[in-house]
Design a protein around this ligand. Sequence first.
Ligand code: ZN
Length: 268
Amino acid sequence: MMEGVDANIPIPSNPEAREQQGLRVNFVISNRELAILSMDPNRISSQDQGEDIAAFQNFARRASERCYGYTAITLSEEQFFALGGTKEEEETFLSQMQQSNEFREIRQQTEEYLEIVKAQWQKNYPQTFQTIQEITGLDLNKEVTVNIIHPSLNTGQYRRNNTVRWGHHEEWNNYSTVYLWHEILHSYLDYTDLSHAIIQLVTDNELRVRLNNRETYPPFVGHKNLIPLMHKLLPHWHAYLVNVPEDGKRDIFAFEKRLQAMPEFQEK
Ligand SMILES: [Zn+2]
């Protein structure tokens, strides 16, 4: 976290309090989570060394067809046990997989990817922290853990307890920064279509165009099923961005509440 970068963010006098200000993001890799997700045939993409994920999956399948099937969720728990599988066998399999050369390759690539994402996040942090705070009025002073997985797995998820899972092909400039903020906002707003559409307006679109000059919206970026709702929200969103309250603090929760009271935004 960079200190004193932005004059608008009040800087507490004692260094310790200063250290605690803002969003503290820890980038980590869980070998177990990485091994399990790398076995999922539905997550794999051809991009970003996807062939190494495929090599790992083939190795795992050869090692134990039933344990691989159980881990990759191509076999149900009942089918796994019916085939004579046991929980101990699965645990042994998982630790063997994490010791393999095929996995070591994936781990190495994931470490390199972590450094790229972390550097991008930290470079953009002063601007994006201020932008998200200014747009939402949220108290962003907390700790978040980002579990980095291989970029070929195209996965972004908020996992409860201020933990995000992230590993995705960089589809445009600052992609990881924008979607890390997207997932972090899921720790504040819930998963209704309205909340999700608001998160996509704040991050996938407004934050993106502030980071990537010359980009505009609409056309919208985000989950396709929410785009009709985002078009309906657009005039309200523009008014929210323009009409800054007297105390200079916007309130994204109050904005959502106002929308929820409107018949056209009530969930059917
Ligand atoms: Zn989301």
